[in-house]
Each structure stands twice: as structure tokens, then as C-alpha cells.
Design a protein around this ligand. Structure first.
Ligand SMILES: NC(=O)c1ccc[n+]([C@@H]2O[C@H](COP(=O)([O-])OP(=O)(O)OC[C@H]3O[C@@H](n4cnc5c(N)ncnc54)[C@H](O)[C@@H]3O)[C@@H](O)[C@H]2O)c1
Length: 359
């Protein structure tokens, strides 16, 4: 399958031959360069052996590690990665390959972007969410004091290498979480992608490659026109304003916190209600989509007080001094950026989403 030349990510390789493309890319661009592979305790077991088998040249790479999970997307992990790079003599022209999900790509990408004022890195996403979304777009970063993505940088990888077979050992819960971002992208993209996505049976393990590639290409296209999110790129925050606040609550209260995609799923149900209230989005369609999302997450609940969720949304407001910005939909494929959502609207939306999730 395809190679997508892309002015920001240099190359996006997707499909069964993605690793052979990577092998060629490395020998053309990084021959003789010292390479590091960042893994976590899951990707070192499930993905690293496959990578090394397919690209024998990488057997000489130094394997670095970080702990998995959103709770480790933080400065402690970065310091540890910088120390591992330092101890192993990484230089300005070294290359870091980030082999993992969104947490690892965000943390590894950020670590690389400031180590020695920036070393090259390549994302090799191994979760559905990171293939379809997180590896694309050059956003790297970490959480701070439980607040999502507080510290980071726009820094583009030299290549993104998505090899769908890496998804085979991924637990179903992570597939579902990734599918939430695919639903989001489809609603933003338009009827063609949405019609493909809505036919996927909730709980499906193997997502069609065409859906993943269409989703990532849609994002890459928008990012190419607005790499630093000065305008339209902000649409990808659909479902995220409330979703991030729910995720933050969960990180504080739950030992096994909600996955990012799960929180976004809840946030999207809230946002869909706001679309019907404020943007005349058709009510039946909003219900149909909300029930489809719910079917992917039958166990999902919003079990935090409204005030707490809102306090995490307000944090943004207080900091920027601006009204809260929301992404809503007028119709599928027609997102709008608006600042007219009130606190009362948000409370109603959370209430409605809570009851949907109980249906
Ligand atoms: N940078 C961006 O533009 C962007 C966009 C969307 C989301 N994100 C971020 O992505 C993160 C969520 O990423 P995620 O959903 O990939 O979760 P994740 O990175 O936490 O990975 C989920 C789990 O799956 C494991 N895993 C990874 N690959 C595996 C495989 N092939 N087989 C078995 N287990 C595997 C991981 O070790 C982890 O335990 C959040 O921090 C979110 O903020 C970033």
C-alpha cells in the first residue's frame, strides 16, 4: 500500500509494506547514523521483535524504555529518556524511533525535539489511535500536574511508519478507544468517510485498512494547510473540550483511568447535544451517532460531578482570559469553531451524555 509524500512529515508509509519502505528510507537517509528505539513494556514484547525481524539493520540500534500509560506521559519519563540517550552517547545527528501508542509518540517526540536542541525522530505507531491520529500532525508533549498536554512542541517526525499488523496483539479496549478518534475524524471529514465508519460493527477487532488510511490522510491534509493550529486545524478538538476535562477527572480519581479515546467518546456525545442546541444539527442524526458511540463503549460512565468537570474546563478559560472555545458541527463534514457555549449549556450537555451512556 501507499507511500504518502507529505511536506511536513516528509513521508507517511502505511500498509503491509510500510516496514520495507522504512528499511529503504533508513538506508538512504540514515546510513551509519546511531539509532535508538524507544519502547514500553508492551511494545518491546509485541512489536520490537517484528520490527527487528523485518529490518535487520536495526538490530544494532540501542533500545530505550519508558513505562506505558497516560500517567507516565510526564517530565519524569522525559528526563529518564534524556538520561538514557546521554548515557548511550546520543549525538545531534542520532535518530530516535518511537515504537508505541500515542503516549509514547507524544513523550518520545517531545524528548527528541528538545534533546541537544532537537534530534530527528520517526514515529512507528502501534495502536489504532496513534496510527489514525496521534502520529500525524507534529504535536508532541506531556501532561503537567494531571493537566493534559500542558508542555510540548510542534515538531514533525522525519517519517510516520504505520504497519497495520502491529495492531494484532492490541487489546480490544485499546481498539475501541482508537475507534473513537476515527469516529471523530469521520464526522469532521464528511459523509463518505462517515458512511464507511458507521458500518463498522461495534467491538470489531480488525478495522479495515482503508478506514485507517483515509482517516490519517484527512488529518494530514488539514495539518498541511495549518501546521501550527492558527485556524482550521482546531477542528480536531471536536469532543475534546469536555473530553479532556473528563479524562483529567479520571486521571485524578481512577487507578485504571479512562483511555483518551474513551473520554473523547463521552466528550463527543456532549458536543453532539450542543450541536443540536446551538447549530441546528439534526436531532435524530445526533441521537443515531450518540447511540453508535455508546455501542462502542457500553461500560463507559461519566461518574464525576459536573462542578469538577467544569472546573477543569475553566482552567483553560482562566489562563487564556478568553471565552471557552468549542468545535461543533452544523452537519457532518461542516465543523464550526464557536465561543458561544455557556456554562449552563455545558451542564445540560453533560447531563444528556450521562443519560445516553446509561441507556
Ligand atoms: N499528538 C497528537 O496529535 C495526539 C492526538 C490524539 C491523541 N494523542 C494522545 O495519545 C494518547 C493516547 O494514545 P493511545 O490511545 O495510543 O494509548 P497508549 O499510548 O496509552 O497505548 C495504550 C496501551 O497499549 C499498549 N500498546 C501499544 N501498542 C501495542 C500493541 N501493538 N500491542 C499491545 N499493546 C500495545 C501500550 O503500551 C499501552 O499500554 C493520549 O495521551 C492522547 O493525548 C495525541
Amino acid at each position: 500500500m501507499p507511500v504518502f509524500p507529505d511536506k511536513l512529515h516528509r513521508q507517511i508509509f502505511f500498509g503491509d509494506d510500510a516496514l520495507s519502505h522504512l528499511e529503504k528510507f533508513l538506508s538512504e537517509k540514515y546510513r551509519g547514523v546511531q539509532k535508538f528505539i524507544l519502547t514500553d513494556e508492551n511494545t518491546s514484547v509485541h512489536c520490537l521483535p517484528v520490527l527487528l525481524k523485518n529490518i535487520p539493520e536495526l538490530k544494532s540500534a540501542i533500545v530505550l524504555s519508558m513505562k506505558s500509560g497516560e500517567k507516565n506521559k510526564n517530565l519524569v519519563s522525559c528526563i529518564d529518556i534524556w538520561k538514557q540517550l546521554n548515557t548511550n552517547g546520543a549525538m545531534r545527528n542520532s535518530l530516535l524511533l518511537n515504537l508505541g501508542g500515542g503516549v509514547l509518540c507524544d513523550t518520545g517526540g517531545f524528548s527528541a525535539s528538545v534533546y541537544l536542541r532537537g534530534v530527528d525522530f520517526i514515529h512507528i505507531p502501534t495502536t489504532l489511535l496513534s496510527m489514525a491520529d496521534a502520529s500525524i500532525g507534529g504535536k508532541t508533549g506531556i501532561d503537567l500536574d494531571g493537566m493534559k498536554n500542558r508542555v510540548g512542541a510542534f515538531s514533525f517526525p522525519q517519517a510516520v511508519v504505520s504497519y497495520p499488523k502491529f495492531l494484532d496483539p492490541l487489546p480490544q479496549r485499546e481498539i475501541n478507544a482508537g475507534f473513537a478518534e476515527i469516529i471523530k475524524q469521520a464526522l469532521l471529514c464528511g459523509d463518505r468517510l462517515w458512511n464507511m465508519v458507521k458500518q463498522v460493527e461495534p467491538g470489531t477487532k480488525k478495522i479495515k485498512e482503508e478506514i485507517i488510511s483515509e482517516t490519517l490522510l484527512f488529518k494530514a491534509g488539514i495539518v498541511a494547510d495549518d501546521p501550527y493550529e492558527k485556524g482550521r486545524r482546531a477542528i480536531f478538538n471536536f469532543g475534546h473540550t469536555i473530553g479532556h476535562a473528563i479524562e483529567t477527572c479520571s486521571l485524578i480519581h481512577h487507578e485504571d483511568s479512562l483511555r483518551h479515546g474513551e473520554a473523547v467518546a463521552a466528550g463527543m456525545i456532549c458536543a453532539l447535544y450542543l450541536c443540536t442546541e446551538l447549530e441546528n444539527f439534526p436531532k435524530e442524526l445526533s441521537e443515531e451517532i450518540s447511540l453508535f458511540i455508546k455501542a462502542w463503549f457500553p461500560w463507559l460512565r461519566i461518574d464525576f460531578a459536573d462542578d469538577e468537570i467544569i472546573s477543569h474546563i475553566r482552567f483553560d478559560k482562566k489562563k487564556s482570559g478568553k471565552p471557552i472555545r468549542f468545535i461543533l458541527l452544523k452537519k457532518i463534514g461542516e465543523p464550526v469553531i464557536t465561543e458561544k457555549v455557556t456554562e449552563e449549556n455545558i451542564r445540560s450537555a453533560i447531563g444528556v451524555a450521562r443519560s445516553y451512556l446509561l441507556k
